[in-house]
Design a protein around this ligand. Structure first.
Ligand code: AMP
Length: 185
C-alpha cells in the first residue's frame, strides 16, 4: 500500500507566545518536504501558517494553500505559495482541505485551529472519512483537546471509541515518524 502523500496541517494564524511553537511549525514544514509529502494548509502568510509554508517551500516541498476569498486580505495570502486555491466559503475550504489530505496534523493554534481539528474529528466519528488525525503536542498544546474528549467520555456523551479518533504525538519528530509509518487504504 502506498504511503502518505499529502497532509493537511491545521495551525495558528498567530505565532503564540512560546518560541517552541514557531520552531515546531518550521520543523514540520521542512520534515514534510524532505519526506516528499505535500503540505495542504489554510494558505495564510502569517503566524505559524507562514512558518510552516516557508519551511516547506524552502526545503523544495509542494505546498497547497486553501483559502476563502473573503479571508485573502485579512489573513494575507502567502505571496510565495503559487498553488493557492480560493473557495467560496469556510465550509468549502474545510471540505477541500479534507479531500486533498491522506492524513491530518494539528499544530498549536487558536479558535480556528480548534474548530478545524474538532470538525475533522467529528467527520471521522460520523464515518465520513477514516484518515489518521495526529495532534502534534508542543509544550502541552494538545492536552486541552484530549482532556475535552476524555471529559465527554467520562460524562457519558461519547463512547470510549472517541479516544481512537486521534493520536497525540509527542513533538514534530514523533509526528513525522508516525506519518512515515502510515499507509493509505
Ligand atoms: P486560528 O487558530 O484562530 O489562528 O485560525 C487558524 C486558521 O483557522 C485560520 O486560517 C482561520 O481562518 C481558520 N478557521 C477555520 N475555521 C474557523 C472558524 N470557524 N473560525 C475562525 N477561524 C477559522
Amino acid at each position: 500500500m502506498p504511503g502518505i502523500r499529502a497532509v493537511t496541517v491545521f495551525c495558528g494564524s498567530r505565532e503564540g507566545n512560546d518560541p517552541a511553537f514557531r520552531a515546531a511549525a518550521t520543523a514540520l514544514g521542512r520534515g514534510l518536504a524532505e519526506a516528499g509529502i505535500r503540505v495542504i494548509y489554510g494558505g495564510g502568510g502569517i503566524g505559524l501558517m507562514r512558518a510552516l509554508a516557508d519551511a516547506a517551500l524552502g526545503a523544495g516541498g509542494r505546498v497547497t494553500g486553501v483559502m476563502p476569498a473573503f479571508l485573502r486580505r485579512r489573513e494575507v495570502a502567502h505571496p510565495m505559495v503559487a498553488d493557492l486555491i480560493t473557495t467560496d466559503s469556510m465550509q468549502a475550504r474545510k471540505r477541500l482541505m479534507s479531500e486533498l489530505a491522506d492524513a491530518f496534523v494539528a499544530l498549536p493554534g487558536g479558535l480556528g485551529t480548534l474548530d478545524e481539528t474538532v470538525e475533522i474529528l467529528t467527520w471521522r466519528q460520523l464515518g465520513l472519512h477514516q484518515k489518521p488525525i495526529l495532534l502534534c503536542d508542543v509544550a502541552g498544546s494538545a492536552a486541552p483537546l484530549a482532556a475535552a474528549v476524555d471529559a465527554a467520555i467520562a460524562q457519558g456523551f461519547a463512547g470510549t471509541e472517541a479516544r481512537e479518533l486521534f493520536e497525540v504525538t509527542a513533538g514534530v519528530e514523533a509526528t513525522l515518524a508516525r506519518l512515515r509509518s502510515l499507509s493509505v487504504d
